[in-house]
Design a binder for this molecule. Structure first.
Ligand code: TRP
Ligand code: SF4
Length: 329
């Protein structure tokens, strides 16, 4: 391995990705491809833990794959695949479940949150969600897992799982991964209050057209204290400004920072500039996405090819795991 180690990350197939997903995860996945041996997985089995219907599962998988590919996640540099295409993960999940005390799973903050959000759908698989995630990570002998801060307990859980497994079976087969916490600008939804999320309908999709993007930006909530054009504003509490810091040139950002505070610029002009800059930024991505989306079967082939390459690693790990546990070859 000439690179700095293996990176694995998974994301549930939530369909079209928004700019929060892009800035928080995808952009980072793209950048890591140069220095690390990356494995990126659309975790459809994990999605089943909370889905009430699976009718959109395939479409959501495709939509997410198109955003990933269009953003520059590259099957020639990385392994990109769908979790359920590599069956070994379910085998490792079962084996790891035997070294996992139940209380550890029910104590996790992520589990408690899901129970709160889906009180009528607390299934066995939901409890085991982190075990399946540990199987994802360890199956590919992962060194680093790029995640948001909310996923850190799952990585810590994975490390404990590895220690228990290796201790119980007197082996060093599984590797303890390290979380690589992704730093990214705090971007809220268009409501200016909540984190950007599809379910809150406060998101801007990567695949939105330029016109759709402009229309959404023009409706964004700004500094709530700025009621009239003549009132001075405070960019520090304005999510439009947060996005300018990502998508606009430094001199534009500085100009807004100064002019907003003395009512020298109005929110309409400020938003028009943001929409223009965002549309310029995403134009190449959107053009590529359109091309990928024309070829559904080509996309599945690409994902299956990724799965084949992933399976080679997975099967090698499982051969060692089976030997360590004492299962037949
Ligand atoms: N649990 C992660 C999430 O909800 C998704 C996930 C599944 C994952 N398997 C993974 C993330 C492995 C990193 C590594 O966001
Ligand atoms: Fe926000 Fe821009 Fe309006 Fe200032 S001018 S409040 S930064 S939208």
């Amino acid at each position: 391995m000439t690179k700095k180690g293996r990176v694995f990350s998974g994301a549930r197939p939530t369909g079209r990705q928004h700019i929060g997903n892009y800035l928080g995860a995808i952009k980072n996945y793209v950048d890591m491809q140069e220095d690390y041996d990356c494995v990126y997985c659309i975790v459809d089995l994990h999605a089943l833990t909370t889905l009430e219907t699976t009718k959109d599962l395939r479409q959501n998988t495709l939509e997410m794959a198109w955003d990933w590919l269009a953003a520059g996640m590259d099957p020639n540099k990385s392994i990109i695949f769908v979790q359920s295409m590599v069956k070994q993960v379910t085998e490792l999940h079962t084996i790891l479940s035997m070294v996992t005390p139940l209380g550890k799973l029910t104590d996790l903050p992520t589990f408690k949150e899901k129970v709160r959000d889906h009180p009528h759908n607390v299934n066995y698989g939901l409890v085991g969600y982190p075990v399946l995630q540990a199987a994802d990570i360890t199956l590919y002998k992962t060194n680093f897992v790029p995640v948001g801060i909310d996923q850190v307990p799952h990585i810590e859980f994975t490390r404990e799982c590895v220690r228990s497994f290796n201790y119980l079976y007197n082996t060093t087969v599984l590797i303890e991964p390290q979380a690589k916490i992704t730093q990214f600008p705090k971007i809220l939804g268009t409501d200016g209050v909540n984190k950007m999320s599809k379910s809150l309908n406060n998101d801007i999709e990567l695949a939105a057209t330029a016109d759709e993007t402009s229309a959404i930006v023009m409706k964004m909530v700004t500094d709530p204290q700025r009621l009239r054009r003549t009132d001075p504003g405070d960019p520090d509490v304005c999510n439009v400004f947060s996005l300018h810091k990502v998508f606009s040139q430094p001199d534009e950002v500085e100009n807004i920072n100064v002019e907003c505070r003395k009512a020298g610029i109005g929110c309409v002009d400020c938003k028009k500039l943001l929409a223009k800059n965002m549309n310029d930024y995403f134009a190449p991505l959107r053009a590529k996405r359109e091309e990928f989306a024309k070829d559904e079967s080509g996309t599945w082939d690409m994902l299956r090819d990724g799965a084949k390459r992933a399976e080679v690693i997975a099967e090698a790990t499982m051969a060692e795991v089976r030997a360590a546990v004492g299962l037949p070859k």
